[in-house]
Design a protein around this ligand. Structure first.
Ligand SMILES: Cc1cc2nc3c(=O)[nH]c(=O)nc-3n(C[C@H](O)[C@H](O)[C@H](O)COP(=O)(O)OP(=O)(O)OC[C@H]3O[C@@H](n4cnc5c(N)ncnc54)[C@H](O)[C@@H]3O)c2cc1C
Length: 381
């Protein structure tokens, strides 16, 4: 039986057909170079913008396509399957940062930033994590103090996706006292901002083409109108409201990666011979792939349910946490099994399964660790 996601439409089929061809023809040939230089070229962002693949669910008035989240989901799946090197940075800028601006920004902020992001001229990042605090966001120490008619930002962030390239960074900063109520989201514009400095492009074990950075704020400035939301102190609530979408996007990538790993491994084991026959004909190989194919299907059906809920506006934090922890756990198990079935070739850089193995591991950590996901789910018991 051919399963079809409930949110797919004929129009989206046509878009995806063109989009996948474009990715394979125009962008995939550059992926190795991006991995070597540890950053994706800006030209790729602009090319994605021209295809309408950045900010599709943002209204046309702000440069988007005015589509539903289904188009974002399709884009993220296709990136993960065809040029996974692009997925980390694009999901952050297009799937996360743009939606903070759309949901909490003033009309002026939306008109100022979203069209540039949709064209790929502006890249967005979100800076929550600090050297001293990751899971416990209430422990953020970066401050944004009003001095005259400006916010002066001081502190340090780390592990920030798009940190080397971002033009706009949503900084989670303390504008008030301790705890959640003292936090606000402030958009820092990196151009001509003397107090802002990008640190190292961090040396990761995977996601080679994604730039992930330390950021330093030493009297960096932002005008008061760069606060997201009508008043200070809304930051924590805004983060909690947006995290389900971020977690679902991670799960969408996990499902696409599982399906790709199974397909690559079926193809490989069908060709590779041992003891006089294709290794797919050994029952162990076939059973492992049968199990992983089943899990990928279950994951897809659950993630499709979550996508439907998000489009309807009622994806809750607990369900999104279930999707994030379970699909990423299964992704890591699947790529490990699939690498095993490639034998020694699986450990070689020239086979994509090796990269999929190292790239998968972070999925259980970022966007809220899987332990934090289970804590959130456990609170609902
Ligand atoms: C490649 C990459 C990209 C990233 N991109 C971004 C980004 O764009 N923006 C951003 O802000 N951050 C980003 N991060 C940071 C990421 O979100 C954090 O690393 C993550 O939230 C975990 O925080 P931490 O590293 O401080 O770990 P910690 O919070 O120190 O956790 C360490 C371990 O303790 C466990 N733990 C913590 N608290 C509890 C608890 N209460 N109960 C049980 N176990 C617990 C955790 O689950 C984990 O296993 C990125 C990280 C990486 C590696």
């Amino acid at each position: 039986m051919q399963y079809r996601s409930s949110w797919m439409t004929e129009e989206l089929d046509a878009f995806r057909d063109q989009f996948r061809k474009f990715l394979a023809r125009d962008l995939a040939p550059h992926a190795e170079q991006w991995r070597k230089q540890k950053v994706v070229d800006r030209s790729a962002w602009r090319a994605l913008g021209e295809m309408g693949a950045l900010l599709p669910s943002v209204p046309e008035a702000y440069g988007g396509l005015g589509a539903s989240f289904a188009t974002d989901a399709a884009v993220f799946e296709d990136l993960e399957s065809v040029v996974p090197e692009l997925n980390n940075g694009v999901t952050v800028s297009s799937g996360i940062v743009a939606h903070y601006i759309l949901n909490y920004g003033s009309e002026e902020q939306k008109l100022r930033w979203l069209p540039g992001m949709a064209r790929g001229d502006l890249i967005g990042a979100i800076a929550m994590t600090e050297p001293g605090t990751g899971s416990d966001l209430q422990g953020v120490r970066t401050t944004a103090r009003k001095q005259g008619n400006t916010y002066v930002i001081n502190g340090q962030k780390t592990f920030i996706t798009n940190g080397q390239t971002a033009d706009l960074i949503i900084v989670v900063a303390r504008t008030g006292g301790p705890g959640a109520k003292g936090l606000s989201l402030i958009v820092l514009e990196t151009k001509e901002n003397d107090g802002f400095r990008r640190g190292r492009n961090l040396d990761k074990i995977g996601l080679a083409a994604a730039d992930t950075s330390e950021l330093f704020f030493e009297d960096a400035v932002a005008p008061p109108e760069n606060l997201l939301g009508a008043e200070e102190g809304q930051g924590f609530v805004q983060l909690m409201q947006q995290l389900p979408q971020e977690r679902l996007i991670i799960a969408i990538g996990a499902v696409a990666a599982m399906e790709r790993a199974v397909k690559l491994t079926v193809d490989y084991t069908r060709e590779r011979q041992a003891f006089g026959k294709p290794i797919l004909e050994f029952q162990n190989t076939a059973f492992i792939l049968a199990e992983r194919k089943t899990e990928a299907m279950i994951a897809r059906v659950f993630v499709d349910f979550c996508i439907e809920r998000l489009i309807a506006g009622d994806l809750d934090a607990v369900t999104a946490s279930m999707a994030k922890w379970w699909t990423t756990q299964k992704q890591v198990e699947t790529v490990d099994d699939c690498l095993q079935l490639h034998g020694g070739y699986g450990y070689m850089q020239e086979y994509p399964i090796g990269r999929m193995f190292v790239d998968a591991r972070i999925q259980k950590i970022y966007g809220g660790t899987n332990e934090i996901m289970k804590m959130l789910i456990a609170r609902s018991l």
